[in-house]
Structure formats: structure tokens, C-alpha cells
Design a protein around this ligand. Structure first.
Ligand SMILES: C[S@@+](CC[C@H](N)C(=O)[O-])C[C@H]1O[C@@H](n2cnc3c(N)ncnc32)[C@H](O)[C@@H]1O
Length: 241
């Protein structure tokens, strides 16, 4: 059975059996490395009273990793899938007082009520590639509006690769990664499918991400880039002069 996402349904993320399998799998090595860096950035830039907004929080694995470094962290965790949120509540039960869970669709951000705003950190981990391009732009504008003046948006996501011109070079990197990380064929190669083939995978290329951040008043920097995964930090642009 094909479980498809649409702008208004959680698709495969609303399917308990699919989520159970997804949640039980270890985090892929590239993502794990970037999440470790992300947790360090948050820890080193933490201030008392800060809050983290995680948009597309999934089953709470990112929060768990951050709590491992920063037990005082406080989150608002938003996701469209009640199933994902159920797993997240269970995973983060020991920190229940520090997490507020919200069922929200990132296609309808006007309905998201956030009395905790502005946020020092807004996380977008492996969710932007699931949104249409207009929704991506709306999401980044929303981040800008809800970010503290010295806050950071932290995005971890796959990026579209230039397979038309550089397939051979990318395949060589893929083989090296499979060899180094012990991942099996297929586990890292989803980026080789036409990104528009699956309606839940619409990644931007790196330059499109950077342009989209700038277009909504955020100054981005690539903190880590390896193959098809990028960690990008962005802060509000400062007016010059
Ligand atoms: C690949 S999972 C990533 C989960 C988590 N950020 C992580 O990295 O472990 C993508 C998540 O984005 C959520 N998502 C996708 N589209 C969404 C939307 N339009 N609104 C809210 N959440 C969405 C899904 O329900 C799912 O939990």
C-alpha cells in the first residue's frame, strides 16, 4: 500500500505501523553527526529562560538528544501527526514539564498559537523537504516572525543534488559513505531518486535554501555539509548603517 502525504493529511506519518518501524531505526550517521553539532550550538548559546520551538518534531528523538546535553532545555514541539506526537510524549515523559506538544499543520501556520514566542531557537529537522515550495517560504517567514532578535533557526535536511551534471562524483561519495558507515545500499540513496517522484520528498538545492532564508530576512550560514545533508543556521538580518 502506498501511503501518500497531502497538504492536509499526515500520510505515512499518521500510520502507526510505519511510525513504529521508522522510530525503531537508528538515526543515520550523517544526520546523527549534524544533530550532535546542532545540540552543541544550542548548548553553547543557551540563556536562562530560552525556549526551543521544534516544527515537525516527529517522535521526539531530537529533543532526547538535546536533553542529553542540556537537561534544562524547554520545548514547544509541533507536528501534524498525532501518532508521531504520541511517540514523542512517551519518549520525553521524564521531561514532561519541559515540553508542550502541539498538533499543528505547517501548511496552516496562522492557526498555530504560540504564547511562548519569540523563541531563541527554532528547529526544522528533516521536515522542510516535505513541504511545497510556497509552504517552505511561508514557514521561513513564520520562523523570522517568531524568532528572538538574537535567535537562531537551525535547519537539518536533505538537499537536492545536481545529478544531471555530477552523478559520477556523487555516486563516488555515496560509495565512500556506505563503506565508512556500514550503511546498506538503499539506506542513503533516496536522494538519487527524482526528488519529485515521491510526493513527500521535495528538497531544495543548497542555493535555494540560502536564497529562501535571505528572502525572508534571515542571514544563513552552512555549519555542516556532507553529501546530501546540510545543517544551516540562520539569524535575523541586521540593518546596515
Ligand atoms: C522525517 S520526520 C522528522 C521528525 C523529526 N524532526 C526528526 O528528525 O526525528 C518528518 C516529520 O515532519 C512532520 N510533518 C510533515 N509535514 C508536516 C506538516 N505539513 N505540518 C506539520 N508536521 C509535518 C511529519 O509528521 C513527521 O513527524
Amino acid at each position: 500500500m502506498t501511503i501518500r502525504n497531502s497538504p492536509s493529511t499526515p500520510g505515512r506519518w499518521g500510520d502507526h505501523e510505519f511510525v513504529e518501524v521508522w522510530d525503531s531505526q537508528p538515526t543515520m550517521p550523517l544526520k546523527a553527526e549534524q544533530l550532535d553539532i546542532l545540540a552543541d550550538v544550542i548548548k553553547d548559546n543557551w540563556r536562562r529562560g530560552a525556549r526551543i520551538l521544534d516544527l515537525g518534531c516527529g517522535t521526539g528523538k531530537v529533543e532526547e538528544r538535546i536533553f542529553g546535553r542540556l537537561p534544562v532545555a524547554k520545548f514547544v514541539c509541533a507536528d501534524r501527526s498525532e501518532v508521531m506526537l504520541r511517540f514523542a510524549r512517551k519518549r520525553l515523559a521524564a521531561h514532561a514539564q519541559q515540553c508542550r506538544f502541539v498538533c499543528a499543520d505547517l501548511n496552516h501556520l496562522d492557526r498555530l498559537d504560540l504564547p511562548e514566542r519569540p523563541f531563541r531557537f527554532i528547529l526544522l529537522v528533516d521536515v522542510v523537504h516535505e513541504l511545497t515550495d510556497p509552504a517552505k517560504r511561508g514557514l521561513l517567514r513564520f520562523c523570522r516572525q517568531n524568532l528572538a532578535p538574537d535567535g537562531l533557526v537551525l535547519l537539518v535536511d536533505r538537499i537536492a543534488l545536481d545529478l544531471k551534471h555530477l552523478r559520477g562524483a556523487h555516486v563516488a561519495v555515496l560509495h565512500r559513505l556506505q563503506y565508512l558507515t556500514g550503511t546498506k545500499t538503499g539506506q542513503l540513496s533516496d536522494c538519487f531518486a527524482d526528488p519529485r517522484y515521491h510526493d513527500h520528498e521535495l528538497p531544495y538545492g543548497l542555493e535555494s535554501y540560502l536564497r529562501a532564508f535571505r528572502a525572508c530576512g534571515l542571514a544563513p550560514a552552512v555549519l555542516h555539509l556532507h553529501f546530501h545533508k546540510a545543517l544551516i543556521a540562520a539569524r535575523p538580518q541586521r540593518r546596515s548603517g
